[in-house]
Design a protein around this ligand. Structure first.
Ligand SMILES: O=C(O)c1ccccc1NCC(=O)[C@H](O)[C@H](O)COP(=O)(O)O
Length: 258
């Protein structure tokens, strides 16, 4: 499944590139205001920090929410105390787009993450051109040399890589890269099974100078408390926020966990 998602995202990027060459996207990226400091925004605190996700659909759950106005939703998230916004930009299975990211960027003053299956420099330039401050790099989706190259490229654009892991070995590689934001995703990207205990097994090898992010499988405040007890500095939440009724109140509940 992950290979298919990454290949699809690459194909879509190649189609966009045929319309708009890398040089044009890089010119747009260079014209953007400097990226916001995501490490500062997500730094360790006496309460959990929240990356709130704009998520319409997913391969594991199908359609989740229509979200006609992603900018308005992101503004609600920040009104509830979210410290960063994740925007799924993959179109085929998540119904996202770079237009969503641009709209969100214009609506909030917290860092914005491009959450996608990033596999080349073109997608990274697109992220910056759309105003992203953070770019997701999934260790399982990239061979090591590509991961290292793309990690450096994200930094070159002044953005912050969020390095997503699913195992101790992947987390060791993220630490070796010097990643300041290391995510542990509870969702197995092949089976889609959720394992909320994975974070607690992996987090101890992430050093204190990195920010530990628990991704996926938060359905309610008890799950945020569970991740916090296991050492999470930050939780990244999608489904519970888009299906939970009032996004302001739900976000506020999550960030109140200490
Ligand atoms: O959400 C999925 O079904 C999915 C499947 C395959 C690859 C990635 C997937 N999701 C991306 C994410 O990592 C989540 O959207 C994010 O962590 C939030 O998860 P949740 O709070 O469980 O919606």
């Amino acid at each position: 499944m992950l290979d298919g998602l990454t290949a699809g995202a690459r194909e879509d990027a190649a189609a966009r590139r045929a319309d708009r060459p890398l040089s044009a996207v890089e010119a747009d990226a260079a014209a953007q205001a400097a990226a916001l400091d995501a490490v500062a925004a997500l730094s360790r605190a006496d309460h959990v920090k929240l990356i709130a996700e704009v998520k319409r659909a997913s391969p594991s759950r199908g359609a989740l929410a229509s979200i006609p106005d992603p900018a308005a939703l992101a503004a609600q998230y920040t009104a509830g105390g979210a410290h960063a916004i994740s925007v799924l930009t993959e179109q085929r299975r998540f119904q996202g787009s770079l237009a969503d990211l641009e709209a969100v960027r214009a609506a909030v003053d917290v860092p914005v993450l491009r959450k996608d299956f990033i596999a080349d420099e073109y997608q990274i330039a697109e992220a910056r051109a759309a105003g992203a401050d953070l770019v997701l790099l999934i260790v399982a989706a990239l061979d090591e040399s590509t991961l290292r190259r793309l990690y450096a490229h994200v930094l070159d654009w002044g953005m912050t890589p969020l390095v997503e892991t699913h195992s101790l070995d992947e987390a060791r590689l993220a630490v070796d890269l010097g990643a300041q934001l290391i995510g542990v995703n509870a969702r197995d990207l092949t089976t889609f099974e959720l394992d909320r205990e994975l974070f607690g097994r992996v987090a101890p090898i992430i050093p204190d100078n990195a920010i530990r992010i628990a991704e996926s499988a938060v359905l309610g405040v008890a799950d945020v408390e569970h991740y916090r007890r296991a050492g999470a500095d930050v939780v990244l939440v999608g489904e519970a926020l888009v299906t939970g009724g009032d996004p302001v109140a739900t976000a506020r509940q999550f960030v109140s966990v200490s």
